[in-house]
Design a protein around this ligand. Structure first.
Ligand code: ATP
Length: 125
């Protein structure tokens, strides 16, 4: 009896954690235009990958690259929210935090263009 209720608590906790995480994803999609643009670009890239016959490993690399861009956008959103709580007024370190988080998104987005070129250029040319 005790064991069953412990399992129930475990499952309920797991479900609760999942629903918090899902609401974080939903928040980002609702409020972040760049994330929506990146997600659409990612879906188009995956469709093009299937159409052009990328191998399984290539599709894996493409998927991980798309995920890296989306995750960077989400962490950027989290950093922005934290900075806005901690430092609603101007602070040079708040600027550093936001600029570095945005820079991380820029780096991974630029690298994703390189990955797209390496994967798609040989198929297209
Ligand atoms: N509290 C602050 N102190 C100092 N500089 C800030 C502060 N808040 C924002 N900034 C500067 O303004 C820039 C834009 O900040 P903002 O919060 O508007 O983010 P954003 O990049 O426009 O993101 P989004 O439009 O997705 O909310 C930051 O990158 C940073 O350089």
């Amino acid at each position: 009896m005790m064991k069953k209720s412990a399992e129930g608590n475990f499952l309920a906790g797991l479900l609760r954690a999942f629903s918090y995480a899902a609401s974080g994803v939903a928040y980002c999609f609702r409020t972040q235009r760049n994330l929506r643009i990146h997600a659409v670009a990612g879906v188009l890239a995956l469709a093009a990958g299937f159409r052009l016959g990328l191998t399984g490993a290539e599709m894996g690399v493409l998927t991980l690259t798309i995920a890296a861009v989306l995750v960077a956008e989400m962490f950027n959103t989290a950093v922005e929210a934290l900075v806005d709580i901690v430092s609603p007024g101007y602070h040079p370190l708040a600027k550093v935090a936001k600029d570095v988080a945005a820079g991380g998104v820029l780096v991974v987005a630029l690298m994703s263009l390189v990955v797209a070129y390496v994967l798609f250029a040989p198929r297209i040319m």
